[in-house]
Write a protein that binds this ligand. Structure first.
Ligand code: ADP
Ligand code: MG
Length: 232
């Protein structure tokens, strides 16, 4: 990677459907994210936030434009190689939490560490630490169905942090949290960035999330409108 760009997106377009049904979800989105940054992507519902994040993690592909993530040009990465690439570098927290219903909170965090080949003692340490950090240590043996939406969201974040990714992509990670819990979770994300050389891009409607970000990108009708530093 020249300079420290973790994400470099140039003039991204994503068109869904054909003819009359066509939806132009991204219309020339251009952005660059450096290592160690927390970037918030804000914008009204339907502005293309989820589409942008899906493209960045390779779950969706732009119909036009250039996208390089962690030095990888995604156009050169076939679909069959994307799972392995993502697993190695990226943690994703999406609105559907993707927790496995038959596993406890702790097992849900543990399973991604197993997949990454982390040893047992280290796994136990990281699982406990991540659940504690997010204030849900006492819920470690609860299954997702026994947890509130906000608690499930925190398990999903714990799972992401425990895997120690270089890039965390989160779609409205505080969307189901009350303001006090949201502040606590955001503080932990800040810590994770300084402790583990993490880069975070998160979409959000949450003013508190924008406040902890190094930069806020405003997405309007599928394009980044302006860039501003945060006040903090
Ligand atoms: P946001 O996350 O900001 O609410 P989205 O990225 O989900 O916005 O959606 C942007 C636009 O693209 C919306 O008009 C949405 O309906 C449309 N869209 C998103 N995904 C699809 C899809 N798979 N098929 C068709 N249209 C889609
Ligand atoms: Mg969305």
């Amino acid at each position: 990677m020249s300079d420290q760009a973790v994400i470099r997106a140039v003039d991204l377009h994503r068109v869904y459907g054909h003819g009359e049904q066509q939806v132009h979800a991204l219309r020339g989105a251009t952005l660059s994210v450096s290592a160690g940054e927390i970037v918030a992507v804000s914008g009204p519902s339907g502005s293309g936030k989820t589409t942008l994040l899906n493209c960045v993690v390779g779950l969706d592909s732009p119909t036009d434009g250039q996208l390089t993530v962690l030095g990888q040009d995604l156009a050169d990465l076939p679909y069959e190689d994307r799972v392995g690439w993502r697993r190695e570098h990226i943690a994703i927290v999406f609105q559907a939490t993707g927790l496995l219903p038959h596993l406890s909170a702790a097992e849900n965090v543990d399973v991604v560490l197993r997949i990454r080949g982390v040893g047992r003692d280290e796994r136990r340490r990281r699982v406990d630490e991540a659940l504690d950090q997010l204030g849900i240590g006492a819920l470690h043996s609860h299954r997702p169905g026994e947890l509130s939406g906000g608690q499930q969201q925190r398990v999903s974040l714990a799972r992401a942090l425990a895997s120690r990714p270089s890039l965390l992509i989160a779609d409205e990670p505080t969307g189901q949290l009350d303001s006090e819990t949201s502040a606590m979770v955001l503080e932990q994300l800040r810590h994770a960035v300084s402790d583990h050389e993490l880069t975070i891009v998160m979409s959000t409607h949450d003013r508190a999330a924008e406040a902890i970000a190094d930069r806020v990108l405003h997405l309007v009708d599928g394009a980044i409108q302006e860039t501003e530093g945060s006040e903090t």
